[in-house]
Design a binder for this molecule. Structure first.
Ligand code: 5CA
Ligand code: ZN
Length: 482
């Protein structure tokens, strides 16, 4: 029986990651523009399953899909001061059309606030138009200067999920942020990804936001990865783009806005969190193939293992599963290897003895366990086992995440954590920017922010900020991040 090995996965994570993306057929990073990769069919199929879930959630919660142009005039881009400051060194410019320089230069969208909001000001007229909720799934471009990594930090984000909303008042915008958190939670459960939410410190908010929330997961090497953000803009952008509505009493008010964003980092998280030394382990919810059936023919056997395999496949398909029968003329061991690498959650092996005894052998990808089931119970047992796999993936990842969060009182203790197994440390903090930045520097780590919702952020009675010695207001989270 196989065993779950996670040595390379945890000790040489970067190498493991790059190797898996290539061998499992997710992306090809040899494309001749740095930070831009080619999606391969298998990777794209998984991403499409993630996308379908997000799309369904957006529709369920009353967001309408829109599609804006990828180019934004410089004049629109420059309307919100903080936003420009945050993005000016990250945008790609279009300066010429053919041989002629453009009168108004264009940027390739790094995100779509500055593309959308002048249109919002034309569309939103009265309180009856609110709340206004739209989303789009597009590619965006960011000239990232930090180390680029496939799916994690790319310069062309191929699948940028962005929801933009407008509301009559602050309270309704807050309700929207809550809804985003609920959507995110459902998505995370769907992907079997445990996560934490932090409210970003002032110096690390999204450019132009009133406040920003970030959702983080724990990577195999103890660094965190942000896989989603929710922002409340208050009226910052509405003022810059003149987005007003007429109230019931006939006054004109600026709308309150929020956004919610995610990307293919979600796929990076799934691959990284659930994988092992044999390759990917996909949650059944997004696996393009949930069950692979491997017939094991024997010379001189009087029964047809292929027919038996196809018959089981048909029955499983009828029950709604995504099934593939691997009839290639190669050794079974080679087939096991291929499908383990690609993360197929369940394998069914059938040999002549199984046909004769009306049985089948099931192998779980997550635990590498094998067991024999009755032919009559295959559908039921597959359903049960897939559910168990999903649950097991979630629980294993949750244990890993929780085992990597540590509360400390001093900088020294925090440093020890980072030297040892890394992860997230929670340190008492007075709340001042000066002390926060000082801790970032001392620890060579980033402040993710304070736990959210805010009730969870308060420091216990009597805790002191290790930098200034004043009473601590919050527990602040620090981590080495991707
Ligand atoms: N306008 C807001 C909300 S739509 C926005 O752009 N927020 S963001 O900058 O935080 O991006 C949203 C999400 O996109 C991030 O949480 C992260 O998961 C993902 N993302 C950001 N930059 C990259 C990148 N270079 N490569 C891959 N994913 C990225
Ligand atoms: Zn302090």
């Amino acid at each position: 029986m196989g065993k779950v090995r996670r040595e390379k996965w945890s000790n040489e994570f970067s190498e493991w990651y790059n190797e898996i993306l290539e061998t499992a057929g997710i992306i090809d990073k040899r494309y001749p523009v740095k930070g831009m990769n080619v999606w391969l069919p298998y990777g794209l199929r998984i991403m499409r399953n993630i996308e379908a879930f997000i799309r369904a959630e957006m529709e369920r919660t009353g967001h309408d899909e829109v599609l804006f142009p990828a180019l934004i005039p410089e004049t629109e881009f420059q309307k919100e001061a903080e936003h420009i400051k945050g993005f000016e060194d990250e945008v790609y410019w279009v300066t010429h059309a053919g041989l002629d320089p453009l009168d108004v230069r264009l940027i390739l969208r790094p995100t779509s606030e500055t593309a959308m909001y002048s249109m919002f000001s034309l569309w939103i007229r009265s309180h009856a138009d609110l709340p206004f909720k739209v989303y789009q799934i597009v590619n965006v471009y960011r000239y990232e200067t930090k180390h680029t990594r496939p799916l994690i930090r790319v310069r062309e984000i191929s699948r940028f999920f962005e929801a933009h909303t407008a509301h009559a008042d602050f309270e309704d915008a807050e309700r929207q942020v809550k809804e985003d958190l609920e959507i995110f939670d459902r998505l995370a459960k769907f992907l079997a990804l445990p996560y934490i939410i932090s409210k970003r410190p002032e110096w690390d908010k999204f450019p132009g936001a009133y406040y920003s929330l970030g959702a983080e997961i724990m990577m195999p090497d103890g660094r965190t990865l942000q896989i989603g953000t929710m922002h409340n803009y208050r009226q910052n952008f509405a003022r810059a783009y003149d987005i007003k509505y007429e109230t019931e009493t006939g006054e004109h008010e600026y709308v309150h806005q929020t956004t919610f964003g995610m990307s293919e980092r979600l796929l990076a998280a799934v691959i990284s969190v659930h994988g092992d030394d044999n390759g990917m382990v996909l949650p059944p919810t997004i696996a393009p193939i949930q069950v692979v059936i491997v017939p094991i023919p024997k010379k001189d056997a009087s029964v047809d293992v292929f027919a038996y395999a196809r018959e089981i496949a048909e029955e499983l398909r009828k029950a709604g599963f995504r099934v593939h029968v691997d009839e290639r003329d190669i050794r079974p061991g080679r087939k096991y290897y291929d499908w383990e690498l690609r993360g197929v959650p369940l394998r069914i092996e059938v040999g002549p003895r199984d046909v004769e005894g009306r049985k089948a052998v099931i192998a779980r990808r997550d635990t590498m366990e094998k067991f024999t089931v009755e032919r009559e119970n295959v559908v039921e047992d597959v359903r049960k086992t897939l559910d168990e796999i999903h649950e097991n993936l979630y629980n294993r990842a949750k244990e890993f995440l929780e085992g990597h969060i540590k509360r400390v009182d001093t900088i020294e203790e925090a440093k020890e954590v980072f030297e040892d197994r890394r992860g997230i440390v929670e340190i008492p903090w007075c709340g001042s920017e000066e002390c926060g930045l000082k801790m970032e520097e001392e620890l060579d780590a980033k402040m993710l922010g304070v736990p959210y919702p805010e009730e969870k952020a308060k420091a216990p009675e009597g805790k002191r900020c290790p930098v200034c010695g004043r009473e601590a207001k919050f527990m602040a989270r620090f981590a080495r991040t991707y």
